[in-house]
Design a protein. Structure first.
Length: 381
């Protein structure tokens, strides 16, 4: 019996379609779904027979895991409670998106243990599991309503072909699926990048949408300094830390990012595109550091989400950040590890800026080892 095909582009309200897909999955049927990468065949992780059928028709090597699609990076921690810091960083930055993270599965209390035995073996046949949060609204809506995760496999056929349209998915597996959701050609038209993470090391195990260069930036340690206007204290801290890291790494300040560190700054009440104060520029120049091209920016959701260390100049800055982003509490710290504030030199003489820079430098010397230890290693490190 041919599958039912629903064209999402002709559907004004997708809620009924989502319910149909959830019902089919809950009943143990296979559904072909669009993602931002390619079309996938999906089964409910709670339906053992459906997962076994999925692995069989996709010709999946039992030694290679199927992908487990979950709602969010937070839910991924329910499956892998001991996910290493690098894995948490990559999940926070890559999801939702076209990256599958292959991580160690060693925790006895992870939610994976509550899946049927065959489902566990399908997604974690060895000591690793592949997790992904697809960046397609219909898949996210289905995940929100479905009890349990989705097990996914590419809907392509032989010779590593990838189905980038619903029609290609039907041609390959139409007799095995009950429902096909058609959303036109996939946005990227190639599979997700699969990245294996072990401790502080990562490597690409399957090339895909996201390049190695971009993955390297996504894996980098990001330090974000925050003050009020992002024109003196936080830009000086950004520049000073970049200089300290360059000295430790034996490179130039503008090469620090290539070594795995992204250093940025922002302001609680900053305007976009403002210049650093002239006094701050002069004080940095006296230390052979360049602040002339700095442009101020406000603190945003994206900056907070991506930063590994958010270093606030004062207690009031830290309080303001936590009021807006309480979920970032474990990553928000004071520059002064003693709990004090970095005084604002704005409007004062250049000597005040020198004292401010001296204070920040002393504090950064206490942070540098911790920051250096968090740098990830790649397959070429």
């Amino acid at each position: 019996m041919p599958p039912r095909i629903i064209d999402l582009r002709q559907t004004e309200d997708t809620r009924d379609v989502v319910h149909l897909a959830v019902q089919a999955l809950a009943e143990g049927k296979l559904v072909a779904l669009p993602t931002e990468t390619v079309y996938v065949l999906a089964a409910s992780g709670l339906r053992e027979s459906a997962v076994l059928k999925l692995r069989e028709i996709c010709g999946q090597d039992p030694k290679h895991p199927l992908t487990l699609a979950v709602k969010s990076a937070d839910e991924a921690l329910d499956y892998i409670p001991n996910l290493v810091p690098l894995g948490r960083r990559m999940a926070r930055r890559c999801w939702p998106g076209p990256v599958t993270l292959v991580v160690d599965d060693r925790h006895p209390d992870g939610l994976l243990r509550q899946l049927p035995g065959s489902s566990q073996k399908a997604v974690a046949p060895g000591d690793a599991i592949g997790l992904r949060v697809p960046a397609h609204q219909i898949v996210q809506d289905i995940l929100r309503l479905l009890a349990g995760p989705i097990v996914m496999a590419g809907a392509g056929g032989a010779e590593n072909r990838h189905a980038v349209t619903a029609q290609e998915a039907v041609e390959q597996h139409g007799e095995n699926v009950q429902l096909v959701l058609d959303d036109g050609r996939s946005r990227f038209g190639q599979p997700a990048s699969a990245v294996r993470i072990i401790d502080d090391h990562w490597e690409v195990v399957r090339p895909g949408v996201v390049s190695v260069k971009t993955l390297k930036r996504l894996a980098s340690t990001m330090i974000l300094f925050v003050c009020t206007g992002n024109t003196c204290r936080s830009p000086m801290a950004e520049t000073l830390l970049r200089g300290l890291l360059a000295t430790r790494l034996g490179c130039k300040p503008d090469e620090v990012e290539e070594r795995g560190f992204v250093v940025m700054s922002a302001g609680i009440a900053a305007m976009m595109g403002g210049r650093a104060s002239p006094e701050a520029v002069d004080v940095m120049a006296a230390r052979e550091l360049d602040l002339r091209n700095h442009e101020s920016q406000p603190l945003t959701d994206g900056l907070v989400r991506n930063a590994d260390y958010i270093l606030a100049m004062t207690r009031s800055h830290r309080h303001a950040i936590l009021q807006e982003w309480p979920e970032a509490a474990s990553r928000v710290h004071l520059v002064c590890r003693s709990g004090g504030d970095v005084a604002d030199p704005i409007g004062g003489p250049v000597e005040g800026y020198r004292r401010c820079a001296d204070q920040i430098t002393v504090e950064l010397e206490t942070w540098i080892e911790r920051i250096m230890e968090s740098c990830p290693r790649t397959e070429s490190s």
